[in-house]
Unconditional design. Structure first.
Length: 180
């Protein structure tokens, strides 16, 4: 459906022996290593999702300035200005959360909750913003002639991979209220 430029496939390894010299980390510590890797990947997914949202807003603004209805550009309409303002608020909020998670990651500080928030929020707003961009384009937004339909399709996967947003909410809750 989306990210068609990603050549995704299965890798199958059968009857493979890996020399001890190629072990990543300490034996028996694979799960914590995997979780740390997920924290990093989730932060990066937040970056990409934010970029998708930014591109969708940029496309909507450019289109809204040149698309004329009833003798004036459609972005002269207050309702569309509000829609763009809401997009900008969401994108900037996602950008700041991602930047915070990246800062913690760069400093080797714990960032499990922050990476989950960054990934979850950024991917949710990517879906909202791309959907709003398609709406601003009207019927053209649904066609492959304009890039916003692709951005909408691409945004969806960010709510799914590196742990679904439902999983992110569990991670966030556990790191906020603890396990009990």
């Amino acid at each position: 459906m989306g990210i068609r430029t990603s050549n995704t496939c299965d890798v199958v390894l059968e009857d493979c022996r890996i020399p001890a010299s190629n072990l990543i980390g300490e034996e028996g510590k694979g799960f914590p290593i995997a979780m740390k890797t997920l924290d990093q990947a989730r932060t990066w997914m937040g970056c990409v999702a934010t970029g998708i949202a930014q591109r969708a807003m940029d496309e909507a603004i450019a289109y809204g300035k040149q698309r004329v209805q009833f003798g004036r550009p459609i972005l002269k309409n207050q309702a569309l200005k509000f829609k763009i303002a809401d997009m900008a608020i969401k994108i900037e909020t996602a950008r700041q959360m991602v930047a915070y998670a990246l800062t913690l990651m760069d400093r080797n500080l714990p960032h499990t909750k922050e990476s989950a928030i960054a990934k979850c929020y950024a991917s949710d707003i990517a879906m909202e913003v791309t959907s709003d961009a398609v709406q601003i384009f009207g019927g053209y937004g649904y066609s492959r002639e304009y890039p916003v339909e692709k951005l909408l399709r691409d945004a969806k996967i960010f709510q799914i991979f590196e742990g679904t947003n439902e999983i992110q909410r569990i991670v966030i809750a556990r790191n906020t209220i603890g396990r009990f």
